[in-house]
Write a protein that binds this ligand. Structure first.
Ligand code: HEC
Length: 516
């Protein structure tokens, strides 16, 4: 095995053959983009972890990747990029199609990369505080969705600054997404007491406006992350965390017991991150927020940003009638900052999209948004048949128009803060070499993927946390353009944080790699 690795790392990267193979071309792609959900115990209905599983779904995979239904990533990557973005390039979609149409050759099984290691506990380390659901919740196997809020009291000796909030789904087969809020009153407890059973049923929100409506959130495949040093949120000692869980339809009765992991800030939090619903019905220029039965309506929102702000993320929120979202900012000098565009809104796949680095929005800029709702009978997602006139509200048949932004007042240098504090699986948009490393975290073996702008000599080195070279992995005199995949053997390395550096043609790119 050792010899094989040596051969592989020293040989120039393997050229794309006419028909791609599972082991060399398809498995790395599926493991990077699909197995976060398509494996046992996860949200997807079947696994895609080996040749037999993938090839038995070959035709459907070809169809759902071509239509961009899978992987389910809603923001348009041509508009802007985010951390942990999960999309396929046109070349990757073609690769899948060519493989399926070419008879799905398995290739040499010895060359199949290992399945990524998925940590069972926290993805971030050992939490300082674990806030569990106190009881198991039973989700009936009646084929219906369920939206349930659980009230989790915190009980700390003192208020604490928090650097990361991580939701861990108990039963991932049914937990579809979760929104975490924080309540410092007795209102949530009262709603819980009024509804029989553990928690209370509430669609899309908490049923009232708690102190924090968006403390954190989770969708399958998402990674929790730390705020940059000095930034964070405050957890009040007497607060209750509220978790709104969307349980997907199940056909056998299931139970769930999810937990929230809290990581306290290691350095003092001097800048509290605020989650601001800057786009709301109050910002509409063509309100009121009423969507007549049988009509398609586009609302426009415009909101002044009075002080210079550093934006960390954007979270658009609406219910089932929404079809399209687009949010941008216009600076006082007329320049546009693109924030998010979703062309096929799907209530089930919404997220808090974190920018790769902080977005600086000058004072006097205006946030602008177009949001389109389809309240006709042709909209399959319309919960009312026949359609009825809809306005603002918390229930399934009501609508919302909200976009939250995580932000802090701007300070010089903020735009240089990189928000990828957990391993990123996508290159930052300006990375010319397109280096990505996966799986990440990895044990024993990782793969480095990259693409050079032009043929050049390339060097791949592995550095430790202090920047010391621990391994020179590959030196190739003439690496061609086009997608390259080089193995990165990690055997005998102590667990920890490493950096993988690719140098070619006078440029270099470095990515974090966590070795387990
Ligand atoms: C974020 C989680 C997630 C990721 C990532 C994901 N899937 Fe899925 N997939 C699902 C879920 C959930 C379903 C069930 C259908 C639904 O809920 O839309 C599904 C359904 C499917 C189906 C069946 C569709 C049908 O109409 O029968 C295929 C095929 C599929 N996925 C392939 C893929 C492939 C290929 C990838 C990677 C390129 C991928 N999925 C990535 C969650 C995911």
């Amino acid at each position: 095995m050792k010899k094989l690795f040596l051969l592989l790392v020293l040989a120039p990267a393997v050229q794309a053959q006419t028909v791609p193979t599972f082991s060399q071309d398809i498995a790395p792609l599926i493991f990077q983009h699909c197995t976060s959900c398509h494996r046992v115990g996860e949200v997807a209905p079947f696994s895609l972890t080996n040749y037999a599983e993938v090839s038995s779904h070959g035709q459907t995979i070809k169809a759902v990747t071509a239509s961009h239904y899978m992987p389910p990533w809603k923001p348009d990557p041509r508009y802007r990029h985010y951390l942990y973005e999960n999309t396929l390039t046109a070349a990757e979609i073609t690769l899948l199609r060519t493989w399926v149409d070419g008879g799905m050759p398995p290739g040499n099984p010895a060359l199949t990369p290992p399945l990524p290691v998925y940590p069972a506990g926290s993805q971030l380390g050992t939490p300082d505080l674990v806030v569990p659901m106190r009881q198991k919740f039973t989700h009936q196997g009646n084929g219906q969705d369920m939206y349930r809020v659980f009230v989790l009291p915190v009980n700390l000796p003192a208020d604490r600054d928090v650097a990361a909030i991580e939701f861990r789904a108990g039963n991932k087969r049914i937990v579809h997404h979760a929104i975490i809020g924080m309540d410092t009153t007795a209102q949530a407890a009262a709603l819980d007491a009024a509804d029989p059973g553990y928690g209370y049923t509430q669609f899309g929100g908490f049923g009232f406006t708690p102190l924090e409506t968006n403390f954190a959130g989770w969708v399958p495949g998402a990674q929790a992350r730390f705020y940059p040093a000095g930034l964070g949120k405050r957890l009040y000692r007497r607060a209750s965390l509220l978790v709104l869980v969307h349980y997907g339809p199940a056909f056998t009765t299931q139970t769930d017991s999810s937990v929230i992991n809290i990581f306290f800030a290691r350095s003092p939090v001097t800048r509290a991150v605020r989650t601001v619903p800057a786009i709301s019905p109050f910002a509409l220029t063509n309100g009121p927020f009423t969507i007549p039965a049988g009509q398609v309506v586009t609302f426009h929102a415009s909101q002044l940003i009075p002080v210079e702000a550093s934006f960390l993320s954007v979270l658009p929120h609406s219910h089932l009638l929404a079809r399209r979202w687009k949010i941008w900012a216009v600076k006082p000098n007329g320049d546009t900052i693109r924030l998010v565009k979703i062309g096929d809104w799907d209530f089930r796949w919404q997220g808090n999209y974190r920018f790769p680095s902080i977005v600086r929005v000058p004072a006097g800029s205006r946030l602008e948004a177009d949001i389109t709702y389809d309240n006709t009978a042709q909209n399959f997602a319309n919960p009312s048949s026949p359609p009825r006139t809809v306005s603002w509200g918390e229930s399934t048949t009501d609508e919302m128009v909200l976009a939250y932004f995580d932000l802090v007042p701007y300070r010089p240098g903020d735009e240089n803060i990189v928000l990828a504090t957990a391993p990123a699986t996508v290159p930052t948009p300006n990375a010319r070499l397109g280096l990505t490393v996966f799986p990440n975290p990895a044990a024993a073996l990782a793969t480095a993927a990259f693409e050079l702008p032009r043929a050049a000599a390339a060097t791949l080195t592995l550095l430790d946390e202090t920047g010391r070279t621990v391994r020179t992995l590959a030196l190739a005199r003439a690496t061609p353009t086009g997608p390259q995949r080089w193995p990165v053997p990690l055997d005998k390395l102590p667990a920890g944080l490493y950096f993988l550096r690719l140098e070619a043609d006078g440029s270099s790119q470095t990515e974090k790699l966590v070795v387990q």
